[in-house]
Design a protein around this ligand. Sequence first.
Ligand code: FAD
Length: 373
Amino acid sequence: MDTDITIIGAGVVGLATGEKLSESFSNLYVIEKHPTFGQETSSRNSEVIHAGIYYPEGSLKAALCVEGKNLLYEYCRKHEIPYNNCGKLIVATTPEEVEVIEGIKETARKNGVELDIVENEQIAELEPHIYALKALHSPTTGIVDTHSLMKQLEAGIINNGGQMVYGSEVKGIRKLDEGYEITLLDADGQYFSFSTRIVINSAGLTADKISEITGIKDEKLSIHFCKGEYFRINPPKNRMIRRLIYPVPHENMEGIGIHVTIDMAGGVKLGPDVTYLDSNEYDYRVNASKQEAFWKSAKKFLPFLEIDDICPEMAGIRPKIQKRGDPQRDFYIMEESARGYKGFINLIGMESPGLTSCLSIANYISGLVTNIK
Ligand SMILES: Cc1cc2nc3c(=O)[nH]c(=O)nc-3n(C[C@H](O)[C@H](O)[C@H](O)COP(=O)(O)OP(=O)(O)OC[C@H]3O[C@@H](n4cnc5c(N)ncnc54)[C@H](O)[C@@H]3O)c2cc1C
């Protein structure tokens, strides 16, 4: 075997997994088609450390988010990665939403996340400029500088003796009697093959394609691109917000509503919205004609906002295995021995809270690797 472990994809999940596994396996490659890490979903998101509020009890999303959040805060402190445990408010602006937030508090409690119900005076103290009838305060929510996080994870892999292989796209995977043969296309247009005992498919938006070229065909694992667009709140009104502010989420959790996020540089964004794309194309354009819709959504709880206070910013794409209109799906993280692919570990549908959960996902995968017979 040329190597023990091959991780496909240098997003935050692939990198975290690489750092964890390189502690035990010196023979480890992380393969990435772009010239550097984090060029796709891992750098096109809200950078929120989620508390673990909305995910169904017993789901991987719930467990890995709650565990991952704590690990991530600890990791940031240890490695001096910029973060801010700023907290978040979920705001009810209608009597119907006031009822819904009681249910959210209960779901969160089942996941081990305590939220406080806050009313008029406390809301005004926390966020003097917003409108809310009632709100939930989540003290463990925060934000992180994702680029610094990924840079640290990459450094961890290299320091442990793992190899980052950039500018190389996985084009073929062939099952061998023992392990797999991986074929890469490098930046010079050259093909190159090597053998590996274990493959970890952390290819984000194209993880379903990687699974398919290996031989695993399963319609339930098809990824549906779902775009999230953001608008920025221009200065000086960005300074009227101190923490994350979310509306009450949609019922099937396709997204958690156009919310307000702050970043480590003091920027304030509205978004992301939820738009399933008709085909899986990398379309990161922001549709400027959505400005009015974003403004109207946010104005419900940001009464000071005028339409010209916002402008288009950026977009990201969620790798959803939940089809449009279907109920929420969990992360799919599986060692595929049961399908006849021993040592092949699939990570598919790694949407939010994938960033928050990256370190707990890495531990989970480490457990799967240990159990391969
Ligand atoms: C709009 C939006 C907002 C979000 N907000 C949050 C948030 O606030 N908090 C949170 O916890 N999560 C959030 N998420 C989710 C989070 O961003 C993702 O879960 C996380 O970034 C997934 O990381 P990844 O490593 O799995 O995927 P990616 O970052 O997509 O990395 C996959 C990598 O695989 C590479 N690759 C693919 N195919 C190949 C191939 N054939 N050969 C070589 N390399 C390949 C790609 O180039 C890419 O670099 C958000 C997501 C979106 C879209």
